[in-house]
Ligand binder design. Sequence first.
Ligand SMILES: Nc1ncnc2c1ncn2[C@@H]1O[C@H](COP(=O)(O)OP(=O)(O)OP(=O)(O)O)[C@@H](O)[C@H]1O
Ligand SMILES: [Mg+2]
Length: 466
Amino acid sequence: MKILLVEDSQTDAALVQRYLRDDRDPHEVRVVRRFVDFAAVVDSGNWDIVLLDMTLPDGEGLDLYRRAREVAPTVPIVILSARADEELALAAVAAGAQDYLLKGHVDNVTLKRALRYAVERDRMQRRLENGLAELERQRANVIRLNAQKNELIATLAHDIRGPLTAIVGFGEMLADGSLERDESIKAAETIVRNGQRLATLSDDVVALSRIELGELELDIEQFDFAALVAEEVEGRLTQRPIRFMCDIDDTMILGDKRRLRQSIDNLLGNAVKYSPSDTPILVTLHGNASSLTLDISDQGIGIPENELAKVFDRFARGSNARKAKIAGTGLGLFLVRTFIERHGGHISVRSTLDIGSTFSIVLPRSGAGLSVRGVIVLAIDRSVREGAAYELRTRGIRVRELTAADELATLDPAAVPFAIFVDARIADGDRLRAMLPPSIQSIPIVEIPPHFLGDELIAAIRENAE
Ligand SMILES: Nc1ncnc2c1ncn2[C@@H]1O[C@H](COP(=O)(O)OP(=O)(O)OP(=O)(O)O)[C@@H](O)[C@H]1O
Ligand SMILES: [Mg+2]
């Protein structure tokens, strides 16, 4: 144990040092005589404990203790005093001192024991404090998530109400039979459009809950991506002039048709929603042997530059969109990014405020690394495991939870994860790496940080994905 003894009396210091002499368990004791000396050295050593005399030439009593605590907030302090002052002892312990020992009442056995216990108590206290801080952090997180859910429900109710009112209203007019033929067609079109909006909304909410539960699975098939885009564009031509250009012949791709349709639908829906009704939308598809790139450009309200990085986050909405009172839940782009990344693809945006936006998705055609590239969270402790998995899933990452290191050996080498997140208490990285199938031994193994904030986990993944 490394002990810093702050004691101005040479005799007392010598006595303490004699008590602490122990051949089986040697202690390292350093003596300083004044508070200023203490303050000067306390940072430099890795002290296990400070033994503080209550009367120094440059300080005494509770005030001295408080100053000592201030300069050394992380080292346990035990007070050594000549004064049997019960009140002072209590006050010192209440202020965080680990113990209050009386000179003349300790000997070689009790002093060593008192110090050992003090160090142990201090460790326990810090663990508790950390635990409490973690709990508090999680509580704040739950409150924030709950507020987001409430907001989602309110927005959804509002988003459902609008289309529903239109459907019922125009439906009643049609049922009246009083509309002219032209008007009837318009009414029917309005009903279809609003019905589609409701369907999209419902798909989005279902997809969100799938993602959060870790149940989003892709249904992979081969199909013509250009044909899918053309269909989606066609469906929106009544709303807006949209030009679709494709400069390659072969546009076959391996992917989940339903999720990719949902992605295009969301991006086109945004382009229509966030741009004036008299401006065109341009959709282009190009590609090469290994990937396809789809760009969707509008001449709309754009996105403030400092918000660009956030638009793909769950529930994120642009401040200008909010201000303009354009309805939305902030789910669409989160889902699109999740779907595209699950395909091993990538989404990005370029935008200028009040000029327009271009969203680009790049999709691998072969399905290489498709859908299976998630991460693994390995932790025995359920709250650590589920907490980290939840944070990752709500940021769109596919997560597989493992509860024992042995399970790593059974990983499918074809399903290479981006990374393995591991509770440091299970095993060190090298031992884990040795347990992996040889073909995936080079993937990053990342320790779950003690306060696993999702954004830090994500940063680690994106770094490794580059
Ligand atoms: N084409 C666009 N032009 C301008 N801003 C856009 C565009 N697309 C998205 N945004 C901004 O990004 C935010 C997030 O978009 P996202 O599609 O995720 O949600 P939303 O459209 O608000 O709601 P919904 O869940 O109904 O799609 C929008 O609120 C808007 O501020
Ligand atoms: Mg949207």
